[in-house]
Structure formats: structure tokens, C-alpha cells
Design a protein around this ligand. Structure first.
Ligand code: NAP
Ligand code: MG
Length: 399
């Protein structure tokens, strides 16, 4: 059988621990037997990030801007314990944070729904996609401990020397303060990405902040969304029969719980971080979630929503076979291949990407599952297999 051809390479960002093992297995078992895989390889393992002083992460993001589509493996974000474990030169920043900042993109996360796994929220019939603003707020903040009686102020200095000063608090004793920011440009990019994605998937867009409490900061988000919607997207939304709906974050949480799903829910950075974990858990597992970062000028980075599954990796190192769920990583690959195919006009590559998704879902629906799905899956003769066996079952269906 002739292998499916690619014309433009994907930016391939390899990662750490268990997901790095799965990465190679997916390539060996599901991809390279069927396609002439073309990638530009960047090793984002913690060891190599340390060796390159994290230059490899920046290089891979810049290359994504040039080539347009990347696929990323989960990576370790070092903490103090990792600095010791890997004898790191520095506590390097989160690679996802670095890549998101360079692409200034929005992350869209959607659960993978399969027959046999019913969401814990029983009214949810269709997937809820979370759009997470990927820049600023508490992720780019500046924090300080106040050690005793003090006055804390916000000070802004303009290039002409003019200053704006506002009191935060008069401290009588020890405490804490935090300064955070966002930019009109990034919020506008976020808004446009959400409106475009809603049109793409033909779903209503919901957006919420806490503008009643945060009368300047959150209110700015609300205003920018509304202005861009009114000026650029209102007609297109009407044509497609979808709507844009703004409300308060607590109201939207209550409404989501009563909705049947099929909604694109735009969240500020922190809300998106938390709510995507909630939606994923309610739908089964973080391993059953797709995730893509879309930049305002249409560059795509596909990834899994979960981490490097450290606990499984330590078992793997002891020689045990692990039953780690590869679905999110498989869908990252298929998502990247599909987007590449669409950009390059390669219909057989596009249909291969669709078949990967279908074969993976069919495998689970046939009762062949990894351990994490065991207590969720309702199937008369389900069988828990290890990761390699699962991927082989997917490849068998692809044949
Ligand atoms: P994690 O890797 O997502 O794993 C947490 C737990 O969730 C696992 O121990 C496992 O539960 C379950 N799990 C997650 N993915 C699974 C899968 N594919 N199949 C089966 N079970 C799965 O989160 P973590 O342990 O908090 O973080 C580990 C490392 O990943 C950290 O160094 C962190 O920095 C990094 N991280 C990276 C990313 C990213 O690159 N996108 C995101 C988050 C975290 P059981 O142990 O109960 O089986
Ligand atoms: Mg999170």
C-alpha cells in the first residue's frame, strides 16, 4: 500500500515522561505505517530545554509562526522538586506559557464524547468547547509579600514622565499584593478568535467575566467583545443562526449546568484553566479532551490537555506496562494532520486524519479501553488493555 504523502512539515514538539513514550508509540504504530510523516523535530524534553537554556522552546514557537501548524507533546513545567531531580540550571518557565505568549493565541478545548461514557452532568448531550484566553492576568502577574505596616500603591509611568497613582491598601501588618495586566490588543485577538471559531463550528458563543466587581479590568473585556461583535461579526452570526451572549461568570456556570451543551464558552485565562478541567472531568477524563491553540493570524498548535502522567512513567521505568490513555495525544496528531491537509489541499491526508479519530472512538466503543476509563465505561464486555495494545487496536481498524 502506497503511503499518504505530505508536502509541508508539521512542527513536532516532543516532550517528557509517559507522554514522550506514548508519542513515539503513536508514531510507530498509528502514523508511519500509513503516511510519509514529514515533521521538523524540536526536543522540548526538560533535559534538552535545560541544555539549550530554553532556546529550543522559543525556536519551536517561532517555527510554528512560519509553518503554520504544530503538534506538541506534554512537557514538565519545573518546580523546585524538578530542579533538584534534573539538576536544572534554572527553574525554566512553562513551555506552554512561552508558546502561548509568542503565538498570542486562544486555546480551544473540547471533550471527546463516546458511547458508553455518559457525562456526570446528565443533561449534557453535546460537547462544550472552552475557549481560554491564553495571555496575561494572574499568569503574568507581579506579586509581593508585605512584611509590615505599609501603604501599597499602583504606579503607572508614561514615556513623558506623567504618572498615574492609585492606592491599593494601607496595611497595618503583614499581607500580600498582586499586580496583573492585559492589553487591548490581546483581548481583541481573543475576541476575534472566539467569534471566528464559533462561526467555524456553528455554535453559540457565551462569554462571562466579573464586571460588576471588577469595574475597569473585567469591564474592559466585556466592552471589547461587544464592540468587535457589533462591528465585525453581528451579520455573520445572524446568517449562521447563532448568537453571542454575555453574562456574569457565576450566572454562566449555573446556566452551563442546565444546558444541553453544544456551546462555545469563552473564558478569561484563569476561568478557562479551571473550567476546562471541570468540563473534562465531568465528561470522563482529561485524557478524553482535545486542545488547540489558535493564533489571531491563523497558526495552530495541537496538544493534549493533560500532563506528562508522571505516576505512570515511574511504573514504566520499573518495567511495568502501563495503561495510559493516548486519546488526547492521538487527537493532537490527527488535528494537526487535518489542519495541514486543509492548508495544503491534501484530501487523502485529511480523510486519514478523520479515520484516526473514528478508529480511536470505534476502539473505545467496542469496549477496548485504558484503565482510566474502566469505572466510567458502560459496556457489557469491556476489556482494559495497555497503551500499546490500545494503539494496535486503533491501527488494526485503520488497516
Ligand atoms: P497529569 O500528568 O495530567 O496526571 C495527573 C493524573 O491524571 C495522573 O496521575 C493520572 O491519574 C491521570 N491522567 C492524566 N492523563 C492521563 C492519561 N492520558 N491516561 C490515564 N490517566 C491520566 O498531571 P500532573 O501529574 O499534575 O503533572 C505531571 C507533569 O505534567 C508535571 O510536571 C506538570 O508540570 C506537567 N503538565 C504538563 C502539561 C502540558 O504540557 N500540557 C499540562 C499539565 C501538567 P492516576 O495516577 O490516578 O492514574
Ligand atoms: Mg488546569
Amino acid at each position: 500500500m502506497a503511503k499518504i504523502k505530505m508536502t509541508t512539515p508539521l512542527v513536532e514538539m516532543d516532550g517528557d515522561e509517559m507522554t514522550r513514550i506514548i508519542w513515539q508509540q503513536i508514531k510507530d504504530i498509528v502514523l508511519t505505517p500509513f503516511i510519509d510523516l514529514k515533521t521538523e523535530y524540536y526536543d522540548l524534553s526538560l533535559v534538552h530545554r535545560d541544555e539549550t537554556n530554553d532556546k529550543v522552546t522559543i525556536d519551536s514557537a517561532i517555527r510554528t509562526q512560519e509553518l503554520g501548524v504544530a503538534v506538541k507533546c506534554a512537557t514538565i513545567t519545573p518546580n523546585a522538586q524538578r530542579v533538584e531531580e534534573y539538576s536544572l540550571k534554572e527553574m525554566w518557565k512553562s513551555p506552554n506559557g512561552t508558546i502561548r505568549a509568542i503565538l498570542d493565541g486562544t486555546v480551544f478545548r473540547t471533550p471527546i464524547l463516546v458511547k458508553g461514557i455518559t457525562p456526570f452532568v446528565s443533561v449534557w448531550k453535546k460537547p462544550i468547547t472552552i475557549a481560554r484566553h491564553a495571555y496575561g492576568d494572574v499568569y503574568r502577574d507581579s506579586e509581593m509579600k508585605i512584611t509590615g505596616k505599609a501603604t501599597a500603591e499602583l504606579v503607572v509611568t508614561y514615556p513623558n514622565g506623567q504618572t498615574q497613582i492609585q492606592k491599593i491598601h494601607d496595611f497595618d501588618g503583614a499581607g500580600i499584593i498582586l499586580g496583573m495586566h492585559n492589553t487591548d490588543e490581546s483581548i481583541s485577538n481573543f475576541a476575534r478568535a472566539c467569534f471566528r471559531y464559533a462561526l467555524d463550528i456553528k455554535q453559540d458563543l457565551w462569554f462571562a467575566t466579573k464586571d460588576t466587581i471588577s469595574k475597569v479590568y473585567d469591564h474592559r473585556f466585556k466592552d471589547i467583545f461587544q464592540d468587535i461583535f457589533d462591528q465585525e461579526f453581528k451579520d455573520a452570526f445572524e446568517d449562521k443562526g447563532i448568537e453571542y451572549f454575555y453574562t456574569l461568570i457565576d450566572d454562566v456556570v449555573a446556566r452551563i449546568m442546565r444546558s444541553e451543551g453544544g456551546i462555545l464558552w469563552a473564558c478569561k485565562n484563569y476561568d478557562g484553566d479551571v473550567m476546562s478541567d471541570m468540563v473534562a472531568s465531568a465528561c470522563g477524563s482529561l485524557a478524553m479532551m482535545t486542545s488547540v491553540l489558535v493564533s489571531p493570524d491563523g497558526k495552530y498548535e495541537y496538544e493534549a490537555a493533560h500532563g506528562t502522567v508522571t505516576r505512570h512513567y515511574y511504573k514504566y521505568l520499573k518495567g511495568e506496562k502501563t495503561s495510559t490513555n493516548p486519546m488526547a495525544t492521538l487527537f493532537a496528531w490527527s488535528g494537526a494532520l487535518r489542519k495541514r491537509a486543509q492548508l495544503d489541499g491534501l484530501s487523502d491526508l485529511e480523510s486519514f486524519a478523520d479515520r484516526i479519530d473514528q478508529a480511536s472512538i470505534d476502539t473505545i466503543e467496542a469496549g477496548i479501553i485504558t484503565g482510566d476509563l474502566n469505572c466510567l465505561m458502560d459496556h457489557p464486555d469491556k476489556k482494559v488493555v495497555n497503551t500499546q495494545e490500545f494503539l494496535e487496536a486503533v491501527a488494526e481498524r485503520l488497516k
